[in-house]
Design a protein around this ligand. Sequence first.
Ligand SMILES: N[C@@H](CCC[C@H](N)C(=O)O)C(=O)O
Length: 307
Amino acid sequence: MTGPRRSQGPLLSFTKMHGLGNDFMVVDAISQPFRLRPDMIRKLADRHFGVGFDQLLVVEPPGLPDVDFRYRIFNADGSEVEQCGNGARCFARFVRDQRLTNRRVIRVQTAGGVIELRIGREGWVTVNMGVPELNPAAIPFAADSRQVVYPIDVNGQLLDLSAVSMGNPHGVLLVDDVDTAPVASLGPALERHPRFPARANIGFLQVIDRGRARLRVFERGSGETLACGSGACAAVVAGHLRGLLDNRVRITVPGGDLVIEWQGEGAPVMMEGPTARVFDGQIRLPAESPQRRRGRRQTVRSHDRRP
Ligand SMILES: N[C@@H](CCC[C@H](N)C(=O)O)C(=O)O
């Protein structure tokens, strides 16, 4: 006996990639139409019932002059975000591999501003992540004035936290040992702390010496990941401002090593690291219900160009 036939939605081509284990589903929305809905992204992100990823990266035509692409980033919970450092490296490798560009230096529009990516040898990419934002209102972080370290109350526990925006908001805590750091408890509590009105990524930084550090990051909208590029940049900025780190730091995250350079106040942060292409796939998306099709005018289509 067969049940009622459910009509099928479009077949979506994608590439699975990762940067040090921070994994992505990358979709070329220049060559194929792709309609975004947070509930669909959550299903695709599911590691048991979907493709499984920390972030979905969508490649679109640019909406600004003098940029090559627009790059949109969605966390596993379906929220759209401004910045993803590991994703930016994978994005650069993807657009070259797919022959969407033959440039080695690519300018990309993100929701956090325009960033520049430089493709090196053997899948390595250097990203100019822009100038870190330290003004609390712009991070956004609730504080009366800018400080290097803010005392913050988390469920009655007083902690010292640095707050940095790399286009996306980060809080950084200094720890003695990342292996025993309370990432699973403090991560979610600080991600949604009322002083971070847009939520935040929370880094746990262990300084080894002035040029080496270890880091674990509880990411906003995705949980702890094996690597967070923007988190590594924010941690080096925080460590440097605290007088603990030099301008060039090798930072070890659970998935491997990144090299971060920051010359100080007013300078952009440079991040260098590897990329990996895991497999190409296709997935049948669910069909849109007639109600959804009617309400479609309210959804965001990746082919819509926005300035
Ligand atoms: N994995 C990323 C950051 C992705 C976005 C982040 N979870 C946020 O919500 O801001 C990276 O490599 O930077």
